[in-house]
Design a protein around this ligand. Structure first.
Ligand code: MLT
Length: 268
């Protein structure tokens, strides 16, 4: 497994590139406020079948934080620059939540670079006014009290109560992943999320195979939002993952991996 940093628009972007297999590479884009580490069970599994690239979005994990002024557009610029850096002409994009927002804007802007899409626990909608206001409240909390209390609250929103209670190591892993991010990175990304525009209007123009996955108990991007995308993307497949909330890839990793493998095998 190679672990590297690419310098993109003045920022070091950390990524791993593993599973030296022929065929299209899968590029994994994590959610907010996590890092590529959230994909650990998928990387371990998928690298036996495909080339897998997972990176830390600017402001997250081991990538540079920079000035903290981000937008979804900038995150897409970084993604496309990373594909260029790795000489990847066309890839399968797999994004969870914020990663899905980035993937959906990427296919709108650069459809020629994407051969298939996996959209996990995400939405094509922009934030409602209520959500935008909540984001500004979160910025206030992070600035006044630091990342740790925010991480504790966020944890409860992304995992089911059963997971928090029974899978203590998993919950601790997610908490540490959030806490490892800086307040500048978190606040800058909250502004980017609040400022993003919708991609719903372009869903009917997606003509690549698309798999939509969502946790049955996802409260942040509930199944109705996945059903909405499923209805608008031609020939998309939808799988609802039981016993999981926003992070089904960790809560029900085996089932999640199975859906991805079945979908990707059909492409070959
Ligand atoms: C994520 O997991 O990326 C975030 O929950 C997305 C969001 O807050 O909209």
């Amino acid at each position: 497994m190679s672990k590297m940093k690419a310098v993109i628009d003045g920022a070091e972007i950390y990524y791993i590139d593993t599973g030296d297999r022929p065929g299209p590479a899968i590029v994994m884009i994590h959610g907010f406020p996590f890092s590529h580490a959230m994909w650990s069970p998928q990387i371990e599994f998928l690298k036996n079948h495909f080339r897998v690239i997972a990176y830390d979005v600017r402001g997250h994990g081991k990538s540079d934080v920079g000035d903290g002024q981000y937008s979804i557009e900038l995150f897409v610029d970084d993604l496309i620059a990373l594909l260029d850096h790795q000489r990847l002409e066309k890839v399968v994009l797999c994004g969870l939540s914020m990663g899905g927002y980035i993937a959906l804007r990427a296919i709108e802007r650069n459809p020629e670079r994407i051969g298939a899409l996996i959209l996990c626990d995400t939405t094509s909608n922009a934030d409602s006014n209520e959500t935008k206001i909540k984001r500004t409240a979160s910025i206030k909390t992070v600035k006044s009290s630091g990342v740790a209390p925010y991480a504790q609250e966020f944890l409860k929103a992304v995992l089911t109560p059963t997971t928090v209670q029974n899978k203590v190591d998993l919950a601790r892993f997610v908490l540490r992943m959030i806490e490892a991010n800086s307040s500048v990175g978190i606040c800058g990304t909250l502004l980017a999320l609040a400022g993003r525009t919708e991609t719903t209007a372009s869903l009917p123009r997606i003509h690549v195979p698309t798999l939509i996955l969502v946790g049955e108990q996802d409260k942040i991007t509930p199944p109705e939002l996945s059903e909405q995308m499923h209805a608008l993307i031609p020939n998309a497949q939808l799988q609802i993952v039981p016993n999981s909330a926003h992070l089904g890839n960790l809560e029900e990793a085996e089932e999640f991996n199975g859906h991805i493998l079945n979908f990707l095998k059909e492409l070959n």
